[in-house]
Ligand binder design. Structure first.
Ligand SMILES: [Zn+2]
Length: 290
């Protein structure tokens, strides 16, 4: 098993914990990933890290090539991905610097359908996505995050479950939008995770999200509306904790049994007669197809 992380560049510090570190350029049929992957090992577990927005944070959420990012992980043998993502909170009790192990997503992106799937161009598949995160990986992530936080950051709560509203961005919400999402029962808001979760499922990779609350978006009358400065301040204050959680996740990988059905998501999802699929498409998807 290999554990991949997609997150902010603060996670580069994880590198010092790894042996046999390499920075790997991966080519994919879908274009270039956000940056080179950092690959290494720790406790016999292969660890892969990709800075979601590239080194120096150069790529807008809506410009991310999620297909290339997830395909690259698959090509490197990654079986599990933990996404570490800044998010806004739509709930009083999910306060800035808390963590949320997300259970559901709602998609409010405006992307063309083709950007959130490996399929198309002559091959059709419909994956089940009612439960969009891996239950086993999410459980392990919650257990690790809550025990690390209890030990080293007692004021910080790790919330188990919650719905992540994936907005388009890059501008933050209006107050009307923020209140609308609250009335829908959404818990946190971000700009990136829904596409990663869909593509990871198509690729047979277990996926879980650790959302790091940085602000109250703009709905909260007693708190200032979200600014970039606020996000960066709370993120950097939490970098040490996020790193500790990532390191501990690596140590706990050996205990995962993979009794989930993520790896076989495509087994009954492809509807096209494969003899009719163009050779190039078949070759491009060979590492994903059952
Ligand atoms: Zn799984």
């Amino acid at each position: 098993m290999a554990l991949g992380f997609i997150g902010g560049s603060g996670l580069y510090k994880l590198e010092s914990e790894l042996s046999n570190v390499e920075h790997v350029d991966v080519e994919t049929p879908f274009g270039s990933p956000s940056d080179k992957y950092v690959v290494g090992t720790k406790n016999g577990v292969e660890v892969v890290f990709l800075p979601r927005h590239g080194v120096g944070h150069r790529i807008l959420p809506s410009e991310l090539n999620h297909k290339a990012n997830i395909y690259g992980m698959k090509k490197l043998g990654v079986t599990h991905i933990v996404s570490l993502s800044a998010c806004g909170s739509l709930r009083e009790n999910m306060k800035p610097r808390d963590f949320v192990v997300v259970e559901q997503y709602v998609d409010r992106t405006k992307r063309e359908g083709g950007e959130h799937t490996f399929f198309g161009n002559g091959i059709v598949a419909h994956i089940s996505f009612a439960d969009p995160v891996c239950p086993e990986l999410s459980e392990a992530l919650y257990n690790v995050a809550s025990s690390v936080a209890a030990k080293s950051a007692p004021g910080i709560t790790v919330h188990q479950g919650g719905t992540y509203l994936n907005m388009e961005g890059p501008a933050f919400s209006t107050k009307a939008e923020s209140n609308l999402y609250r009335s829908w029962g959404m818990d946190v808001i971000g700009m990136t995770n829904i596409a990663e979760a869909k593509l990871a499922r198509e690729a047979g990779i277990c996926y879980a999200t650790l959302a790091m609350v940085t602000d109250y978006d703009c709905w909260h009358g007693d708190h200032e509306s979200v600014t970039l400065e606020m996000i960066l301040g709370n993120l950097s204050a939490n970098t040490g904790l996020a790193l500790k959680i990532a390191e501990t996740m690596v140590e706990k990988m050996a205990a995962l049994r993979r009794k989930c059905s993520c790896a076989t998501a495509l087994a009954t999802a492809v509807i096209t007669d494969l003899s009719l699929v163009p050779e190039k498409v078949k070759n491009d998807l060979a590492i994903i197809l059952p």
